[in-house]
Design a protein. Structure first.
Length: 508
């Protein structure tokens, strides 16, 4: 896809104005201050953000740190740029903003939630702020240790979750890595050394596996890009805590990623990989057919190579890869016209479904701007989609909506596992299918070949995904089945369900 068309003269004018405005100012590194807004501009360009965002990125510190006014920016670059610069300026005074929001949001102490609401009228403000924070982290070494710790902690606690909420995976990882390196340098270096040692020992085997797959893809005339992905130090730190610090239980430490032209080719490549190597049982995850809740799509499979090396392969299209790496910024790239018109005309409902939380955010921001108090409990559910994180017996992390039960877990793994479920073991104990799961639970599903779902299960699923799959299966088993949430048939009614519903239909 071609890059977003931009008016380079307009961006150059912004650079000239910012350079003049910041003249004589220096950063803590001793460099001219203009180095920072230019770096923010380059980051936004790298994310393929729209022109207004890039211009605002160049000018984002001018109103707070120079004599340039918002009126002058608006006259020169328009209302949208002025609005974005003003939004970033407000974020620069985040502490006072948080205190002001306390008056309206007494029931929450969540700084991230307040941050989102404070800039909810245009989410691009947050993306510019992320670019600003990213460059500040990259130059954090110029600050005294106490300041380094403070900024690193805030970045890890607020800005990394913010990047994750915007599905900007690459940004989240860099923020986490840099922050963790300053907050816990000894642990960081320890894990970095451990990872390097593992990579060194596995290097030849990994290259052999990559070469074997590439040779087969070339033989099949499949166009691809390949790169490797090493699990980030901070992610490894968190995951090791779940596995008693045993790195041998971390199967996704290293992954080979194949990026292809279309979805059909993704599945073809999966089949070719499995023709070369033995797939590990239960380690095939089809996030293309069943995307993650944040919209992430890819196929993951973990295999054992001929060299006895455990390797994870990830297969996705270019668009899926861009979304996994850049999240909302990638959405601006692929849907720029849709997104910008939705913002400028207030038609936020036209945003992609996985971004509809922005609509709630903007509505709340509008209410607060008019002095209205809001209940953030409902908003919190929308923004953060309260989740729990449970584990398979092999250590895979599965995210589920809060309130989920074993059947939700089973259907999340695969619809066939859900359909053939006969029981569940949670933390080593047999439990009923109506047992609520909690973060950290280790869940095992017991299945039987001849088992079938029954309508009584409708009371034992809490997620939309599981309910949708279950209803599809029930309709296939019982063509006349009609789900009534107020009067659901129990399991004992299953054998005669179709007949009884057919009789009612005949009488009518």
């Amino acid at each position: 896809m071609d890059k977003i068309s931009r008016n380079d003269k307009r961006i150059k004018k912004a650079i000239d104005i910012a350079t003049k405005a910041h003249e004589g100012q220096l950063r803590k590194t001793g460099e001219p201050y203009i180095i920072h807004p230019l770096a923010v501009m380059e980051i936004l360009k790298d994310w393929n953000m729209d022109e207004d965002s890039i211009v605002a990125g160049v000018l984002h510190d001018t109103v707070e740190d120079t004599d340039l006014t918002l009126k002058e920016i608006e006259d020169e670059f328009g209302k949208d740029v002025a609005f974005l610069v003003n939004g970033v300026t407000k974020l620069g005074k985040a502490r006072s903003d948080m205190k002001n929001l306390d008056e309206y949001l007494p029931e929450t102490s969540d700084n991230l939630l307040k941050l989102l609401i404070a800039t909810g009228q245009d989410i691009r403000v947050l993306i510019i702020k992320l670019a600003d924070r990213l460059h500040n982290l990259r130059t954090l070494g110029a600050l005294p240790p106490a300041k380094q710790q403070k900024i690193a902690r805030e970045s890890l606690e607020v800005f990394a979750p913010l990047a994750d909420r915007l599905q900007m995976g690459r940004v989240r990882v860099e923020i986490e890595e840099t922050s963790f390196r300053y907050l816990n340098p000894r642990r960081y270096e320890e894990l970095k050394s451990l990872t390097a040692d593992r990579l060194k020992r596995a290097d030849k085997k990994l290259k052999n596996a990559q070469h074997a797959v590439e040779e087969l893809l070339k033989k099949e005339c499949i166009h691809y890009d390949c790169d490797g992905r090493v699990k980030s130090i901070y992610s490894l730190h968190k995951k090791l805590a779940k596995y008693d610090q045993n790195i041998d239980r971390i199967y996704d430490l290293i992954a080979l990623r194949f990026i292809v032209d279309d979805v059909t080719t993704c599945y073809l490549v999966l089949g070719l990989i499995h023709s070369l190597f033995v797939p590990m049982d239960g380690r095939i995850k089809d996030y293309i057919a069943m995307p993650k809740q944040n919209g992430y799509q890819s196929i993951h499979t973990t295999v054992i190579t001929k060299d006895k090396q455990v390797v994870e392969f990830q297969i996705r299209t270019k668009e899926m890869h861009d979304y996994a790496e850049r999240g909302l910024a990638a959405t601006f790239f692929y849907n720029e016209q849709k997104l910008t018109s939705a913002y400028t005309e207030g038609r936020v409902s036209k945003l992609p479904s996985h971004l509809l939380w922005i609509k709630e955010l903007q509505e709340t921001a509008t209410k607060l701007a008019s002095g209205e108090k809001v209940d953030t409990k409902k908003l919190r559910l929308t923004l953060f989609a309260d989740k729990i994180f449970v584990y398979t017996p092999k250590g895979d992390i599965i995210d589920l909506p809060k309130g989920s039960m074993p059947l939700d877990f089973a259907y999340r793994l695969h619809s066939e596992i859900g359909a053939s479920c006969t029981g569940a073991i949670v933390n080593g104990k047999m439990v009923g299918l109506n047992t609520k799961l909690h973060s950290g639970d280790i869940v095992e599903i017991i299945t039987a070949r001849n088992a079938k779902p029954n309508p009584g299960w409708l009371d034992k699923v809490g997620s939309k995904h599981a309910r949708h799959k279950l209803l599809s299966q029930l309709h296939a088993l019982f063509p006349n089945f009609v789900a009534n949430p107020d009067s659901r048939p129990s399991a004992k009614d299953t054998p005669n369900l179709a007949k009884s519903q057919q009789k009612k239909k005949t009488k009518k």
